[in-house]
Write a protein that binds this ligand. Structure first.
Ligand SMILES: *Cc1c(COP(=O)(O)O)cnc(C)c1O
Length: 421
């Protein structure tokens, strides 16, 4: 047997064993009258109609690279966010690379980043030789702290600032940060990966800064398994983004097929009413073809092999359908957040801050708890029946690089858990 075949057999055996183990656990739970499965972190907006779409797309390979759905998706997304230009890529992280190119950031430049972020955000800069200067956050909304940014600007020579809106909250110092950047003549990149659709003074986040990116990764506000959009209303950045997008490559058919399979897997494992059995069966059959959220390289601080690929037609078709339902889902998320507000009040925890005139989208509901309650989150399931999220578990999640001088970020790493919405 060749090594590859051997690996595949071992992997399938592992999945079959898991199926038996899960089903035994389910049987015990069922006999004790306990719920069988619970909501997970991913693809909550992926419904049976999206499944029908994904299955149809599997059989229509000839349209996987059609440009029309991509243009429609970008037009509709731009209109919905209120941005003049929108260009879609195969991920938020890949959109960020496009933005770095459009802003003409160069090796040796320095950029200010929150000291509480995803490794793929840092990688996008590091891979282009750009120095990352981590800056502290505030603990009201987990965004960049304006005073800390002022100090960084005074002490160094940054070329750009990346701000973010985490967990679907509009960051506390939004306007202050924009003013600081304007006064210092620095462009602001808005990381809206977790806040697609959140509003500030009636305008979607992503529109106060110079350029922004969104994500339709499987754990985000809306899902195409992998996907991202870069937007701007600035004509110069918009035209550069257009050039970058034009030159970008497309993913190959095999990747698109795996993406469609992952979409189906997510549905059968996380959302189908009989997911407790169908999920395991689909995992045995197709689990080895799932697209994982991070590659090994990305963990190690490098970009993936073919970063900055543009979104193909097949993925845009899924995205278009997701956009039809996004407002309804965001309203549902806000409704479930009310439940966690009550929980916080009853249990003496601080609610996340919703800044005046903002409408959050609550991708998750973040709460600062005792560090031991973050280290072991099983209480979420045993006491509340939900699976708690732990992001971020490190300053540059999930890589374990040291980040210094960000005490609030360190506190969030130690104590911030997030509830599902
Ligand atoms: C998920 C995420 C990204 C990256 O988006 P992808 O689509 O997964 O590449 C960037 N920033 C934040 C804050 C995120 O949560």
């Amino acid at each position: 047997m060749s090594g590859v075949v051997q690996l595949k057999v071992v992997d399938t055996m592992r999945r079959v064993r898991r199926l038996f183990r899960d089903q035994r656990t389910n049987l015990i739970k069922w006999m004790r009258g306990k719920p069988l499965t619970y909501w997970e972190l991913s693809s909550k907006t992926f419904d049976s109609e999206d499944v029908v779409l994904a299955k149809r797309l599997m059989g229509e390979k000839e349209m996987w690279f059609d440009e029309q759905p991509v243009r429609d998706f970008e037009a509709r997304f731009g209109k919905w966010t209120g941005s003049k230009y929108a260009f879609s890529f195969c991920g938020g992280r890949e959109s960020l690379v496009a933005i770095i190119k459009a802003l003409e950031l160069c090796p040796g430049d320095e950029v200010i980043l929150p000291g509480y972020t995803c490794v793929v955000v840092a990688n996008a800069f590091r891979a282009h030789g750009i120095r990352v200067n981590y800056c502290d956050i505030e603990l009201d909304t987990f965004g960049l702290d304006a005073d800390a940014v002022r100090e960084k600007i005074a002490a160094g020579r940054p070329r750009a600032i990346l701000i973010h809106h985490l967990y679907g909250l509009v960051c506390r110092d939004y306007e202050k940060l924009i003013d600081i950047a304007k006064n210092s003549n620095l462009p602001i990149i808005e990381d809206c990966a977790q806040a697609t659709g959140a509003l500030y003074k009636g305008v979607r986040v992503g529109n106060l800064g110079d350029v922004a990116f969104y994500s339709s990764e499987q754990t985000k506000i809306f899902s195409t398994v992998k996907g991202g959009v870069a937007v701007t209303s600035d004509d110069i950045i918009g035209s550069r983004l257009r050039d970058v997008h034009k030159e970008a490559a497309l993913p190959d058919g095999q990747w698109i097929e795996r993406l469609l399979i992952t979409a189906l897997l997510n549905y059968y494992q996380l959302k189908h009413p009989r997911r407790y059995i169908l999920g395991d069966i689909h995992d045995v059959m197709y689990g080895h073809r799932r697209i994982e959220p991070y590659s090994k390289e990305e963990f190690l601080g490098r970009c993936g092999k073919n970063y900055m690929r543009k979104m193909p037609g097949a993925v845009a078709v899924l995205g278009l359908n997701q956009l039809r339902n996004i407002d309804r889902y965001n309203a549902l998320r806000r409704e479930s957040a009310l439940k966690w507000d009550v929980w916080c009040e009853r249990n003496g925890y601080r609610k996340p801050v919703v800044i005046p005139e903002s409408v959050p989208v609550y991708l998750r509901y973040p709460v600062m708890v005792e560090p031991e309650k973050k280290r072991d989150i099983s209480w979420g399931y045993s006491q509340l029946g939900v699976s708690l999220g732990r992001w971020f578990v490190t300053n540059v999640h999930p890589a374990s690089w040291p980040v210094t001088g960000c005490p609030n970020a360190d506190r969030a790493v130690a104590s911030c858990v997030n509830f599902p919405t």
